[in-house]
Design a protein around this ligand. Sequence first.
Ligand code: ADP
Length: 449
Amino acid sequence: MGSIAQQLWLRLDRLRQLWLRWDKLKLRVGKLAELASLRLAARRWALGLVLTLTVLFVAAGGLLPAVALLGLAAAVAAAAFWRPSDSAAEAGATAAAQAGADARRLWRMVIDAVPEPAVALDPAARIVHANHQAEDLFGTRRVGGHIASMSRDPGLLAAVEEALGSRQPQTVELHGRVPVERRLLATTVPLDLSAALLRDAPALLITFRDLTGQDRLARMRADFVANASHELRTPLAYLKGSVETLQGSAKDDPVAREAFLKTMGEQAERMSRLVDDLLSLSRVEMREYLPTSGEVDLATVLADVAQTLEPIAQQAGIALSLACKEEPALVRGDYDELAQVFQNLVQNAVKYGHGGGKVDVHLARERAQKLDRYRIDVIDDGLGIAPQHLPRLTERFYRVNVAASREKGGTGLGLAIVKHILNRHRGELLITSTLGQGSTFSVLLPALP
Ligand code: ADP
């Protein structure tokens, strides 16, 4: 087994060396070609004279055309590869070739360093270089091909043509639906680099800004405001309606007044819970990126939470039990925030649990490979959650059954708060559930050594 791996390794190493040699060869051939073209350019007058004389001799009948062609080919080859005795001229040509290569490497490096997708085009709109971000956005690099081989967007093609023609920057918005919906802003900027110094110098730089994330954020913000106002408006409308009824038809009806006042109290309670959860969410969101500095014992947090929620569990006819395999269970964190996490999870387990059933909370330490963490499972034997809902449960206001959640005093923000607090604590939330059998909400938190 070992010797097969060794042989494989040797072969791979040989292949790598061959590849490196091939790369060096390509570089050397490239340099030679560049030098040859520079020498030909420098000797173009002499070559022109040779050509004129040859044509004259052939015309006068003193030279066979085949011989003339052979002679011309020899003259071109000599002009391209013969080193002049004048070493200063040769040194100049070599220095010019070197400067060209350096400049080319430099502008490519600059394009690679652009943090957004960037593509350089030559004057004929052919791609001369594209950075990795552009490759990720448009698939494989298509260097040498026309820009249309990368994107067929008519707006982009028109902007490229316009920028190359007018030498003025252009900005255009691109909309794509494949593979996902996306909005990009493309800017085409003409470059006035000296073409004499740089062969295949870029004539145009296109940069792309992906506005999809920005759009999604704006949409989320608008959705959030719409959801929050809707949630507040419902109890508010009920309160307004009740006040009007109490002032009007139910004015002198003590039974109706009692019933209305009771429901009004419940609706006011609901509004206050919602405002509390909204404030809590905004607080944890703001602190999400602040590192935590305190040390917290999870066993103590869980014992306190279990003690606080015991009366609610008893009221619902649910047996709440706590089992800690590790004590103390120290993590870096904020006591109040971690207590809020387990309070939300245990409260949900009681809320959506099975009357007469049980809720178990387990704490254990997990050591696997480089990970050393605590795992807290909150297990109920309630309704369970269908698999299609699981990935969306931590979204704000997402509820499997809106009416059931409202009836149980839910706001739809609890798990969103849990997610943000766990992000701050570098923790994870895992949810597993079987419909009709119950759910397990597991929290994973890095252990302190
Ligand atoms: P809510 O205030 O509505 O309980 P959460 O964010 O805490 O909001 O939970 C979101 C939704 O996840 C709930 O409305 C409920 O549908 C579902 N859910 C949460 N915990 C459980 C659980 N233990 N069993 C079944 N469903 C649950």
